[in-house]
Write a protein that binds this ligand. Structure first.
Ligand code: SCA
Length: 552
């Protein structure tokens, strides 16, 4: 038997086993004309089969170009996970329940800026920002309200939180304890990706070294106590939003990922202990074929790096699992309904690229946070792709297309050039400190903006096909009094809790931060006695200092 046929046979046996454990959605998949849809389409010519094995492989197998699961969406659709959060914990809890009722299959939490930079709602820095771009979570009381009635052993929750990720994860664990769900049953993700905050997003608190320590602490703690938690979501999304190209998005994200793995390995963690729970987060823009190729290339690159550079042995450590959000910066304030079409194209690219989880943006996001109606249409968009288009019935449907494979190869090559360059500079942390990634992104962003302003790049409804006197759509407005309400709640909490206990736990955290211990148990202890987000972050600020970027 040829090498190819042997490998195909082995894969088919693997699929049989996988299906016995996790049946496919249907017994038989067909087109609308009742033509049989196979699980996988592969080259029939001998000559093509060797290249196929090297570059693509079978789904669920190294180098995972065609996807990380042996059955992909025939077994389970991607998780439909709409990023949501605004105002108070009550309002966001209501939105969460609404989205779950509408068929969403995972939760994703947007926090307001004060929470994201570790200030309580009553801090002077929080003025005017409480509940604006996400939900305000100043203490465990808010977290309990946010998750009220949501069974944490059944729903997986993502939290877009970076510098204070350890604090919010601790609050989530504490709510689980109150619900009777032990931490080993919790599933979800914290973003916890500080490097891209320095590069593109801006919600950092501490300098790189203590930030990397906190991240490594989380990897270690979760490997023991929260084994099903995705400990980081290494994000290219915001790098792209800041104006990078698709190649830069993947290159800088993977360079950052290399830095996290290296930091954990240097701290003494065995790679296979934490790597299976690393996850990624990418953007999906309008250039449909390039986006699909980008996802496929990213998977292949990561598999090679983990296997050969870091010598990981567990195949799960080689898998690049990722969430996708459609491109916020591609949406226009003009003719906002056009955005529904953009989101559809982008979401379809994410699915054809094999995403594990997907957020589809709402049509009004260039103007405000989404209204309930807009959020529902966005969710329906991905439901239509899943349930009506048929693209999820066969694995990696575009695999083998000359164009897609060539683009996948090209993107891989260009990404590797960047990664090698960043390696030569001393790695991602140095490249960021020297402003290299930031400059590359700025230049790309400038080129794009010039092309739009000159009309060379057409944005439909914005620089071509415009209309005058557009009617203003109905927008979501956040209650401006929320800051005051949250401050009153905090005052009440501070007068009711056991403040002596709070001080003891905060002091213990300070001593630990000054030493070498893993900080997670100390943060969890502080959270359990209702120390606030701001108080915990202030303790760490006092030990670690604050990051002040150089001007490039
Ligand atoms: C790994 C991912 C990417 C996806 O995790 P999920 O749990 O949703 O999906 P999953 O792991 O694929 O699937 C769940 C389980 O089903 C299993 N499973 C899936 N498909 C299968 C198949 N075909 N056969 C057998 N099993 C299968 C998986 O192995 C897994 O189990 P096991 O686990 O047992 O293997 C995670 O990190 C995630 O959900 N990320 C979301 C991040 C996010 O929402 N970010 C929002 C950022 S918003 C933002 O930043 C916006 C802008 C801003 O604020 O600036």
């Amino acid at each position: 038997m040829s090498d190819f046929n042997e490998k195909l046979d082995a894969w088919q046996r693997k699929v049989e086993k996988a299906v016995a454990k996790f049946p496919e959605r249907k017994r038989r998949f067909t087109t609308s004309s009742d033509l049989e849809v196979d699980r996988l389409y592969i080259p029939k010519e001998n000559g093509e089969q060797q290249t196929y094995l090297e570059k693509l492989g079978f789904p669920g197998e190294y180098p995972f170009t065609r996807g990380i699961q042996p059955t992909m969406y025939r077994g389970r659709y991607w998780t439909m996970r709409q990023y949501a959060g605004f105002g108070s914990a009550e309002e966001t809890n209501e939105r969460f329940r609404y989205l779950l009722k509408q068929g969403q299959t995972g939760l994703s939490t947007a926090f307001d800026l004060p929470t994201q930079i570790g200030y309580d709602a009553d801090h002077p820095m929080a003025r005017g920002e409480v509940g604006k771009v996400g939900v305000s979570i100043s203490s465990l009381v808010d977290m309990e309200t946010l998750l009220k009635g949501i069974p944490l052993d059944k729903v997986s929750t993502s939290m877009t939180i970076n510098a204070p990720a350890s604090v919010l994860l601790a609050m989530y664990i504490a709510v689980g304890e109150k619900q009777g769900v032990s931490s080993d049953k919790l599933t979800g993700t914290i973003q916890n990706d500080i490097l891209k905050e320095y590069v593109a997003r801006g919600t950092y608190i501490y300098p790189p070294a203590p930030s990397m320590r906190l991240i490594t602490n989380i990897f270690e703690y979760c490997a023991d106590k929260v084994p099903n938690w995705n400990t980081i979501s290494i994000s290219g999304y915001h790098i792209r939003e800041a104006g990078s190209t698709a190649v830069q998005e993947v290159a800088f994200t993977i360079s950052n990922a290399i830095a996290y793995v290296q930091a954990a390995v240097d701290a003494g963690l065995p790679v296979d202990k934490f790597a299976p729970r690393l996850s990624f987060f990418f953007n999906a823009h309008n250039n449909f074929m390039e986006e699909i190729a980008k996802f496929r290339a990213a998977r292949r690159i990561w598999a090679k790096i983990m296997r050969h550079r870091f010598k990981a042995e567990d195949p799960k450590s080689w898998q690049l699992r990722f969430h996708t959000q459609t491109g916020g910066s591609t949406l226009t304030a003009q003719q906002p309904d056009n955005n529904i079409v953009r989101v559809t194209i982008q979401a379809l690219a994410a699915v054809l690229g094999g995403t594990q989880s997907l957020h589809t943006n709402s049509r009004d996001e260039a103007l405000a946070l989404p209204t309930e109606d807009s959020a529902r249409i966005a969710l329906r968009t991905q439901q239509i792709i899943a349930y009506e288009s048929g693209v999820a019935d066969t694995i990696d449907p575009l695999g083998g297309s000359y164009y897609i494979e060539s683009l996948t190869d090209e993107i891989e090559k260009e990404v590797m050039r960047y990664i090698e360059k960043i390696d030569e500079m001393g790695g991602a942390v140095t490249a960021i400190e020297q402003g290299y990634m930031q400059r590359e992104i700025q230049q790309a962003s400038y080129r794009t903006q010039m092309a739009i302003e000159s009309g060379e790049d057409v944005v439909v409804g914005m620089n071509k096909f415009t209309i005058e006197n557009e009617p203003q759509p109905e927008l979501l407005r956040v209650n401006p009094a929320l800051g005051k309400i949250q401050a009153e709640r905090l005052a009440k909490l501070r007068s009711e809790r056991n403040n002596e206990e709070v001080q003891t736990k905060l002091q213990a955290l300070k001593t630990a931060a000054e030493g070498q211990d893993n900080l997670m148990p100390y943060i969890l202890d502080a959270v359990r006695v209702y120390a606030t987000t701001g108080e915990i972050c202030d303790v760490m600020r006092s030990v670690f200092g604050e990051y002040r970027p150089s001007l490039f």
